[in-house]
Design a protein around this ligand. Structure first.
Ligand SMILES: [Zn+2]
Length: 259
């Protein structure tokens, strides 16, 4: 459906959102004269022509039916809000599908993923999610989960330029590799990549627990433990790397804020 510049006001859209069923809202939105509609010619996509994406809608319908058959009131509770007690920081890799590999349900794990599960102190995206998880959801655990066969780690170890943005993004796992290069280069290549994946998760953990964000929460008495895990794609098993930080007592004084 093309956007047609009907005289619908923003207020009308908000009113429709507040009072109507979603189908009516979509009709209203589709006729809303967006400021950009002279340069962006949006239209309804024919998903039937590409089953790779069309099957997501089919799968979604099956999921809804399956969930409702087990619990007819599921979506009434679902829509009320989320109350997860675990935050997962993982790799964007399509195989690190949190609910599937952990047997959890939607609503149980608050998830943030990026290419290589890397924590940067100036990543506003990750920091905002972390702030929300700590101060609003009040999670008790934050898990940084690396995985084997990670392309971010492979790129970091290869040192061959990929593209300007990716090369810059991967500077942290590259520095981890530099620190341990003498040992890692003696290992089998795949095993060495796995080792750097773990050390890279530890590095992200190091930077996360040094933020004032989590240290202030600890100071207020919040129980939050930060863990580093590894998802082994050769076996499907999730492993604890036995490197957790559960409070300021686990930090050297040099890493503590006076909060
Ligand atoms: Zn990855």
């Amino acid at each position: 459906m093309k956007f047609t510049a009907l005289k619908a006001s923003k207020l009308a859209v908000l009113t429709a959102l507040a009072s109507s069923a979603l189908g009516d809202v979509f009709d209203t939105i589709n006729t809303y004269p967006l400021a950009t509609d002279s340069v962006v010619l949006g239209h309804e996509f024919n998903y039937a022509s590409d089953n790779n994406v069309n099957r997501l809608f089919q799968g979604n319908k099956q999921w809804v039916q399956q969930v409702k058959s087990q619990d007819p009131n599921f979506f009434q509770k679902f829509a009320r809000g989320e109350d997860p007690k675990i935050m997962w920081i993982g790799c964007s890799d399509s195989r690190e599908a949190v609910e599937s590999i952990t047997g959890t349900k939607p609503g149980e794990v608050f998830v943030h993923r990026n290419f290589g599960n890397i924590f940067f102190e100036d990543d506003l995206n990750l920091l905002s999610a972390l702030d929300y998880a700590i101060n609003h959801l009040e999670v008790n655990h934050i898990v940084i989960t690396a995985h084997t066969h990670c392309n971010a780690i492979k790129y970091a170890l290869d040192r061959n330029p990929v593209s300007d943005l990716i090369d810059n993004w991967l500077r942290r796992p590259q520095s981890v590799y530099t620190d341990f290069r003498n040992s890692v280069d003696r290992l089998d290549k795949t095993f060495g990549e796995g080792v750097i994946s773990i050390f890279n998760a530890h590095q992200s953990l190091h930077h996360l627990v040094r933020t004032s964000l989590i240290q202030k929460a600890w100071k207020r008495g919040r129980k939050i433990a930060v863990h580093a895990w590894l998802f082994d794609m050769d076996t499907g098993y999730l492993h604890d790397t036995k490197f957790s930080v559960a409070g300021p007592q686990d930090l050297d004084p040099r890493a503590r804020w006076n909060v």
